[in-house]
Structures are given as C-alpha cells and as structure tokens.
Design a protein around this ligand. Sequence first.
Ligand SMILES: Cc1cc2nc3c(=O)[nH]c(=O)nc-3n(C[C@H](O)[C@H](O)[C@H](O)COP(=O)(O)OP(=O)(O)OC[C@H]3O[C@@H](n4cnc5c(N)ncnc54)[C@H](O)[C@@H]3O)c2cc1C
Length: 225
Amino acid sequence: MLVLVMWSTHSDEQTSARKVCARHHWEVWHVATSSAGRDIFDIVVIGGGAAGLSGAKITARSRRSVLVIDSGAPRNAPAEGVHNYLYAEGTSPAKLGEIGRTEAAVYGVQVVAGSATSATVIDEPGEGQPRFTVTIAGQDGGARTVWARRLLLTTGLVDVLPDIPGVVQRWGRDVLHCPFCHGWEVRDRAVGVIGTGPMAFAHRAAFRPTHRRCRLLPAHRPGPH
Ligand SMILES: Cc1cc2nc3c(=O)[nH]c(=O)nc-3n(C[C@H](O)[C@H](O)[C@H](O)COP(=O)(O)OP(=O)(O)OC[C@H]3O[C@@H](n4cnc5c(N)ncnc54)[C@H](O)[C@@H]3O)c2cc1C
C-alpha cells in the first residue's frame, strides 16, 4: 500500500496531490503542517479527560494529526479511584489521565497543558484548508493559536454543589455523586440523599441495592457555584 504524506501547505499543491493519489488509488495521510508559523492539525480536541483522550487516540489511529488541549481539571479529580472502567478498577483519575496520554502519544497525539480560550470559524476556508482557529492560554503563561480542520469538544461537566457546609470539602470522598460509581465503596452505611430536585427520588431508589438505610434530605436548589 502506498501512502503519500502531504507536507505542502499550499491548497493548489494539495489539490493536485490529491488528484494524483485518486488516480493511483493511493491513500492520503495528513500530517500536521505549518506555514508562516501556523500549526495546522486535522483535529483539535478541547478537553483531555477520558472522552477527549479516547477521541484523540481513535482519530490518530485513523492517521489524523491530533492536538489535545487540556486544562487538567477532570470532573472526577477528587475521587480516590475510578470504578466501572474495565481494566482500570480503582485507578486514580490522575493515573488514568497519564495512561490515556501515553496511549494516545503512541499514535502521534500531541497534548498541550492549557485552556482553549476561543475558537473561531474561518469563513470560506477553501478545500482541504483548516476551518477553525483556536487560541490557547498555556499553563506556562504563553499564548498560542492553532488551526484545525475539525474540532472535538470534550470539556466535561462542572458540578454545581448545594450551599451546605462541608459539601465542597468532602465532595468526591464521602459526599458522592453516583451510586453506581461509588455506592459499593460505602455499602451498608447510612446514606442521606440531598434532594435538590425531582431526580432525588430516582437517586434514592438507585442507592437501595447497596444501602438499606437511605433517607431523602430535602434541600434548596443550588445557586451558581
Ligand atoms: C467525584 C466524581 C467521581 C466520579 N467517578 C466516576 C467513576 O468512578 N466512574 C465513572 O464512570 N465515572 C465517574 N465520574 C464521572 C466522571 O466525571 C466521568 O466518567 C469522566 O471524568 C468524564 O470524562 P470527560 O472526559 O467527559 O470529562 P472530564 O474528565 O471532566 O474531562 C474534561 C477535561 O476538559 C478540560 N477542559 C475543560 N474546559 C477546557 C478548556 N476550555 N480548554 C482546555 N481544557 C478544558 C478539563 O480540565 C478536563 O481535564 C465521577 C464524577 C465525579 C464528580
């Protein structure tokens, strides 16, 4: 099988190279290109948690050039270990991230520590040209702009916690968000489900298999945190 690596950054050169490939049924393999200081990637992934690193690895294995931007604050960070992930039972969130980055790097994925502060659509980019620019505020204090043909947004969720003393400090340890992820670890202990909305009834029901002593504790809806 023949593979053409397209280093050219000029759209007319890329177009004629594509035609040559099509004529000979050659495979086209994109790589990161740069022109006049532009870093161009097939895919820029914003958010390097479990979802982002999985997406990065999968697309890199399809021979796409991939950059992951990650600000390093996964939602599950306070947890001692992850559960219900096959082959990773009890692994710390930090270790899981390290494993994910190592696996992705095997296929050429680059990871930059920082925050994506803006993403802009490029009007009429032209065939094969990047369609987005992304600005990165690096954790080293520097700023950088990269160009992407596709964006993958995997920034996760932010938990809005109720304004109850101690909840923030105990979050992810003995104030838990999910009976399936961490119910087993505290099984048979008395549990109070903080009821901030209608889903609290379903949550209490979900705790029943692991917790016989489970009470619903009505609370006010949380405000912005
Ligand atoms: C305390 C706790 C424990 C949990 N335990 C489990 C468990 O045991 N098993 C389970 O299956 N699930 C668990 N979960 C759910 C868990 O959050 C998800 O399984 C997993 O973390 C989701 O991965 P994700 O990649 O979608 O998001 P995240 O892991 O949250 O990753 C998102 C990443 O995007 C980054 N990011 C956000 N915005 C930007 C930006 N603008 N620029 C750059 N980077 C950005 C963040 O810093 C973060 O690193 C738990 C959740 C909580 C709160």
